[in-house]
Design a protein around this ligand. Structure first.
Ligand SMILES: Nc1nc2c(ncn2[C@@H]2O[C@H](COP(=O)(O)OP(=O)(O)O)[C@@H](O)[C@H]2O)c(=O)[nH]1
Ligand SMILES: [Mg+2]
Length: 355
């Protein structure tokens, strides 16, 4: 990248210089103001300094109107970027050291910038100086954003819970972990159903777990079979029925449509959408959007052990307000699963914070 410094009396003049010299692809890297000349602080002039750069590439031939339109679009971008830079600079410069530390930490955790700033502004309002008070206020604010976890509550018999999500996020493993927990720790009567009949191995995978835990497993090959299992064969016989589903590709509308048909809402008490925390935030949003046709009730986050950035606990809140049910942090069945407890999530999120 070719980088150059431009000085002018006004920002407008500086931009014109940048554009004239570096062309429409130039981007503003930094802006600052300083005073020059004068005597004992009087009559000094404020100058604007702009650091701008441009990727060095061969220009394509453009002419007439298209050039003018392109220039206007680029100018708009420049002004927007500059405005963002200014806002950012102003925001960061005004922050006390501790808050700046928290902002930078949350930024490293991958928290969306606008959320991060919102959180810092809330903290700023509290005018706390002591480190402990600041940290406990921070965790209160984060808890407010993240919301109480909601585990599966077995207050009545016959609870039917289904798990959906993209291929490989950990549906089958999570179903096995939960089945083991409810059988071994809580002494409940549990039964498994799988609708994942696409691959023989998928049924075998769950079969192996059900053998170890010593609980029955049923395979539902169609929506009619699932309906019969839930409304006739298994009805009233178990405290908890867990349904594992096919690892549908999240952008396969056909498979999602099939799942929707299978999940007659009146037969299934809870649908948990499983998301893996090692997926990019933007993809999480797309997955949540696609799976919304199944009207999930809760979100379950897996593979916390495969990332060191936990900002998505907050970011996901930006697209979806469903409560978190469980979090998983490893491949071990049944150990690597916990209720999505707020204190535990805050530990993950703020574990390395040092202000
Ligand atoms: N590291 C890690 N791996 C996991 C976790 N949960 C599941 N897995 C692994 O992810 C892979 C896919 O899991 P599986 O349950 O078959 O996913 P499904 O396709 O959604 O049913 C397997 O190798 C699991 O052992 C987790 O919390 N952490
Ligand atoms: Mg599976």
């Amino acid at each position: 990248m070719k980088v150059k410094k431009y000085v002018a009396e006004t920002m407008q003049d500086a931009i014109f210089k940048v554009k004239a010299d570096l062309g429409p692809d130039a981007i503003i890297l930094n802006t600052s103001k300083y005073k020059t000349g004068g005597f004992l602080g009087f009559f000094s002039k404020t100058m604007v300094e702009v650091l701008a750069g441009v990727e060095e590439k061969k220009a394509e031939p453009v002419t007439g109107n298209s050039l003018a339109l392109q220039e206007i679009a680029d100018l708009k971008n420049l002004v927007y970027e500059m405005h963002q830079n200014w806002e950012n600079d102003r925001f960061l410069k005004g922050l006390p050291e501790e808050l700046l530390g928290i902002y930078k930490y949350l930024n490293e955790q991958g928290v969306f910038d606008h959320l991060n700033k919102e959180i810092i502004r809330l903290l700023e309002k509290k005018e706390l100086e002591k480190r402990e008070a600041l940290l406990s206020q921070l965790s209160l604010i984060l808890k407010e954003y993240i919301g109480e976890g909601q585990a599966i509550n077995l207050n009545g018999r016959d609870k039917v819970v289904a798990f959906v999500g993209a291929t490989g996020v950990g549906k089958t493993t999570t179903v096995a972990k939960l089945a083991a927990h409810f059988v071994l720790d809580e002494g409940k009567k549990v039964c498994l159903i799988t609708t994942d009949t696409y691959r023989i191995a998928a049924v075998q995978q769950l079969q192996t777990y059900s053998d170890i835990i010593n609980i029955p497993i049923h395979v539902a090959y169609s929506d009619i079979e699932l309906e019969r299992l839930l409304s006739v064969d298994l009805k009233g016989k178990y405290d908890l029925i867990l349904i594992d589903t096919a690892g549908s590709s999240w952008n396969d509308q056909f498979q999602l449509g099939r799942l929707k048909k299978i999940f007659k809402k009146e037969l299934v008490d809870e649908v948990h959408l499983i998301l893996s925390l090692n997926t990019k935030s933007q993809i999480q949003k797309e997955i949540i959007d696609k799976f919304s046709i199944l009207s999930p009730d809760k979100l379950l986050l897996t593979k916390l052990d495969e990332t060191s950035k936990y900002g998505d606990f907050l970011n996901i809140r930006n697209f979806c307000k469903l409560p978190y049910s469980y979090i998983t942090m490893g491949q071990n069945v049944p150990d690597d699963i916990r209720v999505a407890d707020l204190d535990l999530i805050i530990d993950y999120l703020l574990g390395d914070l040092d202000v």
